[in-house]
Design a protein around this ligand. Sequence first.
Ligand code: ADQ
Length: 723
Amino acid sequence: MNPRVLLVSNRLPVAATGDAAKPLRTTAGGLGTSLKGVHESGNSVWIGWPGNMELSPEAAENLNEALQEKGFVPVDLTPGDLKDYYDNISNGVLWPLFHYLIHQLPYNAKGWETYRNVNMKFAEATASQYQAGDLIWVHDYHLMLVPGMLREMLPDAQIGFFLHIPFPSSEIFRILPWREELLKGLMGADLIGFHTFTYSRHFSSSLVRILGADPEVDRVSHNGRTVHFGVFPIGIDVHRFVQQAHLPEVKEMSQRIRRQNPEEFLALGVDRLDYTKGIPRRLLAIERFLEKYPDFRGRFRFLQIAVPTRESSPAYNDFRSLVNELVGRINSTHGTMESLPVHLLYRTVDANELSALFLAADIMMVTPLRDGMNLVAKEFVASRVDGNGVLMISEFAGAAAELGESLLVNPYDIEDVADRIHEALRMTDADRRARMSLLAQRVSQMDAGTWARSFISHLASLTEGRQRVSFDTIETIRQSIKAVDSLLFLVDYDGTLTAIRDRPALAQPDAALRELVLRLSNLHRGRFWIVSGRHKHDLETWFPESNVGLVAEHGLWMRVEGNWTQVIEIDVSWKDKLRSIMASFAERTPGSQVEEKTASIAWHYRMADREFGRAQAKELRLHLLESFSNLPVHILNGKMCVEARIQGVHKGVATRRIAEMTKHESVLAAGDDQTDEDFLDLLPNSISIRIGRGHSKAQFRLHDPFELRALLESLASGEQNGE
Ligand code: ADQ
């Protein structure tokens, strides 16, 4: 049986009507429609705000009953909550900023405390419904702190988060005063979903720049857990739109819209009246089109359906006046006695009317300045069961990444949009139909149900979120080693045999460690190896005795019987560019320094001012990740250093060679960071130990180097005592 899903969103897909007899009505909106299928499958609870209403006690009771019956759990929000959390922060700051419209930001945003408190209300309401085994799926920018809050309350829960709007470039995201808190809030999730690869990449850059994290393509370690992120482009209920388009009353309505003037071309816009949707520039492009191609005057009509939205906000009222003004101007300049070129309807339309409009249009103009996805574009395509019509779409809408056969436009380029309207009207029938047929295939491949199912099944498959770090005792590890006769020791140095020190030079081995290493090395030739990222000079100086096995520079060099050999050939032609970048960071960051090895260059900031060093490290990593992405170079986040290393060189390279050479039955491998993961599972029966926290494939975990040394001591003496 599928697990139960707790859906969490700002709004429920229903709203209170205030009518005791029929207390609920369905609300429109992309999010609601897309999740409807999951909820109607019967195994989910939906937590959200049902809208505020002055209700009589009887009506309130009926409302609660109706909500409960349908699996909805209301979160009550006060007018004060709504003003700060919804108007001021969510829609006043996060919405414009995530859509790159920073001129819409208030000078001094107020209400963050309330945003946090309301997120806590949602988290508490969710936790109160939670039963072990449930999946939790939180939605959108209103609730970005909820995953983190839930993680505190329910450490073992599987938590997903989906962002319906764009994730902006890290340059924009870092404008937010609460950037760190928001990212940490998201880090409570096990899986974070975005509409496009671009948003996922921007998110990853913000993790580097703001949290100093070390993300991989689709995951990042945070507080000992792995947080996954991925691309799940949302779809629509294709079946419903196709069915609607076939209804006789819809066909009739569509013909009526057209028959008003069969010679006329109809362009259509359907949006919430939101400043992100690009309506004023769309109107300017239409004005320009009519100026530039006067033949179309009297034969071209643009119909804009604008759904009222966020009417409590002054920004939206001013915006409405601007749109009205533009419509008036175009109509008075380009209208004729018989017709007006622009027709603006400021209202919602019902499902059938919407389908009829989609079917009637020659061109669908979807030209937002930014849009997470834009469902209208997909709804238009699904509705064109006649295979006709042209979709024009802004390259700044997430949907553009999927709908390549549409006419892609830059909505800021008024001249080009005007020309593209002309191009669309002159497109040959064959071209139009060929494009529409390909678009229809794409839209039906990923519908709303597929989208929701793929996110949920991905979330359910992540079991790491439930694993918590627990440490083992030395005795437990000893027990599992006893049975093994022939053991090869592969042990990292810094952080594993010695504690991490402020300066690398201070980490030289103390007398007891040297003595332990020598004892282990003398037990059996070729048995004990130190596998380090350090330069070979350091290791050679500390362990000159030729029977200590040494691997330096993360597996590039190994010392066998006192002789150093380079394990593989490498191409270092990229090092010059890297050296100059690192040097410029060293110059600008007092106390930091560059260290060069055969296959790598590292910039160390242990000795620099902590805060400044950390900030510079984030900048350097981001720069290197972006500039060297096409070169075979790994950019690594070391402890107080940023290192760039040639790909193909890792500790697994040398350790594999050693295992072949020495032919031991089993391996005891120990390490404390990511670079050690490459040799922890060298042989199928390896005994692997991770020192400290952090994600690892090791079987065992010890707290610190002292525990590991105690274990090695006991093994060395056990061996000597003939155990
Ligand atoms: P929205 O910004 O609301 O969604 P969109 O994706 O276009 O934008 O969804 C709007 C929905 O409202 C569509 O289903 C549309 O049919 C409906 N609608 C629009 N105008 C209407 C009208 N006049 N009458 C009736 N219905 C109307 C946010 C993000 C998007 C993202 C969705 C889903 O901003 O980028 O695609 O969430 O993730």
